[in-house]
Design a protein around this ligand. Structure first.
Ligand SMILES: C[S@@+](CC[C@H](N)C(=O)[O-])C[C@H]1O[C@@H](n2cnc3c(N)ncnc32)[C@H](O)[C@@H]1O
Length: 114
């Protein structure tokens, strides 16, 4: 038995297939309940959504005035997430920087809120 490899190809194929077959379901996915409960109690600042996938968490954070860097290495997932943000309006879209990168090697230089 071989161990699955959760590499970029695996996620890209999974997101491509899922978005092709069930885009409407994906678009309705809610943000993570633990994230929203915790973040509600915090003053909005900078957030890193590492492995943002469909982008619901990043969208929720941006809608609550967080400045978000959302990173994923799936082109399909990021395309979907970016279009969801654009559909949500300019105020939300401008608070999210979408980054296509492998978190194993990506580094972020910004460390302070502006
Ligand atoms: C289980 S999904 C989680 C998606 C979303 N954050 C959520 O909570 O529903 C994991 C996500 O991490 C991304 N991912 C996994 N390993 C990664 C890596 N090394 N660099 C960038 N993204 C990665 C995948 O493409 C996928 O979108």
């Amino acid at each position: 038995m071989t161990t699955p490899s959760y590499d970029r190809d695996f996620w890209e194929q999974l997101w491509s297939r899922t978005l092709r077959e069930r885009a409407d379901d994906v678009a309705r996915r809610l943000p993570n309940a633990h994230l929203t409960a915790e973040a509600m109690a915090l003053r909005p600042a900078l957030a890193l959504d590492a492995g943002c996938g469909h982008g619901s968490d990043a969208l929720w954070l941006a809608a609550h005035e967080w400045q978000v860097t959302a990173v994923d290495f799936s082109t399909a997932a990021l395309t979907h997430a970016r279009s969801m943000a654009e559909a949500a309006g300019a105020d939300i879209a401008r608070r999210i920087d979408w980054v296509e990168a492998d978190l194993a090697s990506w580094t972020h230089s910004r460390v302070t809120a502006t």
